[in-house]
Every structure is written in structure tokens, then in C-alpha cells.
Design a protein around this ligand. Structure first.
Ligand SMILES: NC(=O)c1ccc[n+]([C@@H]2O[C@H](COP(=O)([O-])OP(=O)(O)OC[C@H]3O[C@@H](n4cnc5c(N)ncnc54)[C@H](OP(=O)(O)O)[C@@H]3O)[C@@H](O)[C@H]2O)c1
Length: 269
């Protein structure tokens, strides 16, 4: 497994996304992924699956210390007391004493970010959270967040072949932040993209593997594809034994459609 580093935080380049994984399927997917070599799991209080994710971790024969576990606090829980309560709830459901990364899931313009980050920092001081970060923040909001707390380590945003986030990627590289690419398969569409198939043929790889390789080959970028079936999980992890050429990378950049597939009404853009 390869890692990316930012401000002392080492995070595996590929993680398992768990949005929409529920029940036994979720437990099995998490346990299978860990058994086959995943060391990074992404969940959130909003996904209502933390208990199942926790069971999956418990059932797998992998030490907790070897797993990078991220969870997120929802945008209506950003008051200091609510942050604490939310994290306590998450830890209980996940059956663990700490998370490796706690993120603000979405910004909330009614809540000063400094107040929330201060509360998250207290949880770091108590040892219940190893690192803190944000998600779905624009570069303007990141400026504000970094002013409030220069120790934030990551921004998790939608990034894939159809929404490439060039400006955000540069911002994260310049500010030593990890960019965690969510919906890295364009919510599955990458598997049907002809250019990915063509590039893949030259490397003996699938369309999905090319789409993921394009992400993890970028400085500071990690990706968290969601996959329930074991064969998808295996395919998504197997992206570290080949390299895209500069020409491959440029061809993929020409595919940019600026198309978001996650765009709720409360988004800050
Ligand atoms: N911070 C945020 O606001 C936010 C927002 C969205 C997502 N996320 C995180 O990012 C993770 C990933 O994003 P996502 O779930 O939106 O989409 P995604 O990972 O881009 O795509 C998931 C879809 O691709 C399919 N798939 C997976 N591997 C495949 C393969 N090798 N070949 C063909 N199809 C494949 C999955 O199939 P199956 O259905 O069969 O598994 C699923 O339908 C989420 O699970 C969540 O953890 C965060």
C-alpha cells in the first residue's frame, strides 16, 4: 500500500468508501476489504452505517492500529457541544477509542468555522481524534479554515475524470493538505469511459484502474472508491504496479466536463 503525507499525517492512497453500504453487506464489504489489504476506511455519521463498519473492522483479522479510519460530523452538528456528542456517538458505534481523521462533512455558513475546529482540536488533545480536516470546502472557505487552524490536514471533495478539480488540487499541494477524492469513479461511470479502456489496454489494466491511477499519481491526492463486491474491491486496489505516461495524463485531462454528480442544495458553490 502506498501512502500520501501531509503535515505529518500518513494516509493510504486508496481507501474504501462506504456511503450507501448498509447492513450485512456493509459489514462484509469492510471485512473483505481489510482482509485483502485495504488499510483505509471512509464513513460518516450521516451514512448511518458506523455500527456495521465497526463490526466489519472487528471481524477482520487486522490490528486497529494498522487501519486509517475517517468519519465526519454532519453540518447541523457543528456547535462545539454537538461536535463532541457526534464524535462520542461515532466512536461508540465504530467500537473504537479514536478515529484517524475527523472531518466537517459540509460547511455551514451559520457556524463560524473556528468554533467548530477549536472543538475538534480539543478532541485531538484528548487522544480521541488523531487528525482533523474538512470536506466540500471551496478554496475561499479553506483560506478561512487555515486561518483559524493551520493544523487541518485534508479536504475531501468530489474529484474524478469528469470533474478534475485542477485549482483545488493545486491549492492542496501548495498548502500541504491531502485532497481525498470522493466519487473517484464518477459514481461508476469511469468503468464505461472509452478513453479509459483504450489507455488501459496499453497497460494491461481496466478503465476503472486507469481512472484511479490518474488520481493517485497526482501529488497529495488519495481516492476512496466505494465497492461492495469483492472483485470490484480487488480491481480498485490493484493500481500500484503501473504508471500512466505524461501523454496518458494529458489525454485524460482533455476529458474534463466540469460535471458534478454530488450537488445538494446546501453546497457552498
Ligand atoms: N464527503 C462527501 O460529501 C462525500 C460525498 C460522496 C461520497 N463520499 C465518499 O466517497 C466514496 C465513494 O464515492 P461514491 O460512492 O459516490 O462513488 P464511486 O466510488 O465513484 O462509485 C461507486 C460506484 O462504482 C461502482 N464500482 C466500484 N468499483 C467498480 C469497478 N471496479 N468496476 C465497475 N464499477 C465499480 C460501485 O458498484 P457497487 O454499487 O456494486 O459497489 C458503485 O456503484 C463514498 O462511498 C463515500 O465514502 C463522500
Amino acid at each position: 500500500m502506498e501512502f500520501k503525507n501531509a503535515k505529518g499525517m500518513a494516509i493510504p492512497s486508496i481507501g474504501l468508501g462506504t456511503w450507501q453500504l448498509k447492513g450485512n453487506e456493509c459489514e462484509k464489504a469492510v471485512a473483505n476489504a481489510l482482509e485483502m489489504g485495504y488499510r483505509h476506511i471512509d464513513t460518516a455519521e450521516m451514512y448511518e452505517n458506523e455500527e456495521r463498519v465497526g463490526n466489519g473492522i472487528t471481524n477482520a483479522d487486522v490490528d486497529r492500529e494498522d487501519i486509517f479510519l475517517t468519519t465526519k460530523v454532519w453540518r447541523t452538528n457543528l456547535e462545539p457541544d454537538s461536535v463532541r456528542k457526534a464524535l462520542e456517538g461515532s466512536l461508540e458505534k465504530l467500537e473504537t477509542d479514536y478515529v484517524d481523521l475527523l472531518l466537517i462533512h459540509w460547511p455551514n455558513e451559520n457556524m463560524p468555522v473556528k468554533k467548530t475546529l477549536d472543538a475538534m482540536h480539543e478532541l485531538v488533545d484528548e487522544g480521541r481524534v488523531r487528525n482533523i480536516g474538512v470536506s466540500n470546502f471551496t478554496t475561499e472557505l479553506l483560506d478561512e479554515a487555515l486561518d483559524a487552524d493551520e493544523e487541518i490536514k485534508a479536504n475531501q471533495v468530489e474529484k474524478h475524470i469528469h470533474h478534475q478539480q485542477g485549482q483545488m488540487t493545486e491549492y492542496c499541494q501548495e498548502n500541504d493538505l491531502v485532497l481525498t477524492a470522493y466519487s473517484p469513479l464518477a459514481r461508476g461511470r469511469a468503468s464505461e469511459e472509452v478513453l479509459m479502456e483504450e489507455i488501459g489496454e496499453n497497460h494491461g489494466k481496466t478503465a476503472v484502474q486507469v481512472a484511479l491511477r490518474w488520481l493517485v499519481q497526482q501529488e497529495n491526492v488519495v481516492a476512496i472508491p466505494k465497492a461492495a463486491p469483492e472483485d470490484y474491491q480487488r480491481e480498485n486496489l490493484d493500481v500500484f504496479d503501473f504508471e500512466l505516461s505524461e501523454e496518458d495524463m494529458e489525454q485524460i485531462e482533455d476529458l474534463e466536463k466540469n460535471k458534478r454528480y454530488v450537488d445538494p442544495g446546501f453546497a457552498p458553490w
